[in-house]
Design a protein around this ligand. Structure first.
Ligand SMILES: *Cc1c(COP(=O)(O)O)cnc(C)c1O
Length: 365
C-alpha cells in the first residue's frame, strides 16, 4: 500500500515538540488568538517576506476575507481559473462578484497573461491566479497587467506555500494572498486553518477585524464580521512544521525530479518547470492519453492515485447555467488527461521505482 500522502511519517518527527506545545496550551487555557497564533503570524510573515500575516479559519476564508478587504463586491468581475478546487470560485461568489473563467497554459496548468488580458472588461476589478499544484503562475507578467489596468491582485496560494518567483514568495506578490493549512497541504495543520498575507497596513487591519466579528476592541463592533480565527492548537502544530518547511519542500522536489527522470522515456507529459518559478509540488501531476488504464493498474497494485480535477468549474452543476456556452479547450483537455501520483516529503525511492514500474508496464505492454 502506497498512500497519496504519508502524514504519519511526518508526525513521528515533530511528535515531541507538538505534544509539549499542545499540553502547554491546555494548561494555559489561552485557546483563542493566543501566543502561538501571534508567534505563528510573526514567523510566517518573516518566512514569506511580507509585512502582515493574519491567521484565519481556513483557506476558503482567507480568500473570502481578502476579497472583502480589497473592496471586491456585487457585480465585479474577477478573472480566475476553472482548473482549481471549487473554493477559489466560492470565495468570489460569497462577495457577490462574478468569476470569469479563462483558459490555462497547457504547461503550467495556470492562467497566463495572454488568457487574462483578452478577458479584461470595464467591469473587471481583480485577478485571482491560483498557483496550482505548487507551480507558480507567471507572476511578473500578471503583476504588470494589474498595474496596467489598475486591478487588484489576490493570489490563491493555498497549494503553494514556499513556492517562489524570482526568489519572492507566491502569495506576497499582489495586494493580498491566501493560504490553506488543510492537513494534506504542503504546510498542513491537524484540522482546518488558513492565512492572509499582505503588505498593506489597511488591508491587514480590515482582515483582523473581519476574522473577529468586526471588532478591534472586545465588544465594540465596527462592521459585520465573521468568526474566522486560526485555532491556537493548530498554530502549535503549524509552528513545528514551519521550521521544517524548506526541508519538506526540497524533499518534494527531489521526489518529483526522480519521477520525471525515471519516466523521461515514456509517452507522458511530466510537470513543467521554468527558470523563474520554484515549483513546490503540492501534487505531481501528469498527462496521458491512457490515464484510465494507468489509474486502474495503480489501484490494482494498491498504489494511491487521484484525478485533480476531473470536472473543471465551468462544467460543474453549480456553474453550468452561469457558464453556458463557455468553452475552455485547454482546461477541458487537461481535465480529461491528468492524474496525480503519491507525493510527500517521506516517499521513499523504492516506492517511486515501484510506481514508475507499474506505469511503465501499462505503457509498454
Ligand atoms: C485547499 C484549497 C483551497 C481552500 O482551502 P481550505 O483550507 O480547504 O478552505 C482553496 N483553493 C485551493 C486551490 C485549494 O487547493
Amino acid at each position: 500500500m502506497i498512500p497519496m500522502v504519508n502524514l504519519k511519517a511526518q508526525y513521528s518527527e515533530i511528535k515531541e515538540e507538538v505534544e509539549r506545545g499542545l499540553a502547554e496550551t491546555i494548561e494555559n487555557c489561552a485557546f483563542i488568538l493566543g501566543p502561538n497564533v501571534q508567534a505563528f503570524e510573526r514567523e510566517t510573515a518573516e518566512y514569506l517576506g511580507v509585512k502582515h500575516a493574519i491567521g484565519v479559519a481556513s483557506g476558503t476564508d482567507a480568500l473570502h476575507l481578502a476579497l472583502i478587504a480589497e473592496g471586491i463586491g456585487a457585480g465585479d468581475e474577477v478573472i480566475t481559473t476553472a482548473f482549481t478546487f471549487i473554493a477559489t470560485a466560492e470565495a468570489i461568489k460569497y462577495v457577490g462578484a462574478i468569476p470569469v473563467f479563462v483558459d490555462i497554459d497547457p504547461r503550467t496548468f495556470n492562467i497566463s497573461p495572454e488568457t487574462i488580458e483578452s478577458a479584461i472588461t470595464p467591469k473587471t476589478k481583480a485577478i485571482m491566479p491560483v498557483h496550482l499544484f505548487g507551480q507558480p503562475a507567471e507572476m511578473n507578467e500578471i503583476v504588470a497587467l494589474c498595474e496596467k489596468y489598475n486591478l487588484k491582485l489576490i493570489e490563491d496560494a493555498c497549494q503553494s506555500f514556499g513556492a517562489s518567483v524570482d526568489g519572492k514568495q507566491t502569495g506576497t506578490l499582489g495586494h493580498a494572498g491566501g493560504y490553506s493549512f488543510f492537513p494534506s497541504k504542503n504546510l498542513g495543520a491537524f484540522g482546518d486553518g488558513g492565512l492572509v498575507v499582505t503588505n498593506s497596513d489597511e488591508t491587514a487591519a480590515k482582515i483582523k477585524q473581519l476574522r473577529n466579528h468586526g471588532s478591534d476592541v472586545r465588544y465594540y463592533h465596527d462592521v459585520i464580521g465573521y468568526n474566522s480565527r486560526l485555532d491556537e492548537m493548530q498554530a502549535v502544530i503549524l509552528r513545528a512544521k514551519l521550521k521544517r518547511i524548506d526541508q519538506y519542500n526540497q524533499a518534494r522536489r527531489h521526489v518529483a525530479h526522480l519521477y520525471s527522470e525515471l519516466m523521461a522515456d515514456l509517452p507522458l507529459v511530466t510537470p513543467y518547470e521554468d527558470e523563474v518559478g520554484e515549483h513546490v509540488y503540492h501534487q505531481y501531476t501528469l498527462l496521458s492519453d491512457r490515464r484510465d488504464d494507468i489509474l486502474k493498474a495503480l489501484q490494482d497494485n494498491q498504489i494511491g492515485c487521484a484525478v485533480y480535477y476531473p470536472v473543471p468549474l465551468h462544467q460543474q452543476n453549480v456553474f453550468k447555467e452561469e457558464c453556458a456556452g463557455l468553452s475552455l479547450p485547454v482546461t477541458e483537455s487537461v481535465a480529461a488527461h491528468c492524474f496525480s501520483l503519491p507525493i510527500c516529503p517521506f516517499l521513499e525511492e523504492d516506492s517511486i521505482r515501484e510506481i514508475v514500474g507499474v506505469i511503465r508496464g501499462v505503457l509498454t505492454e
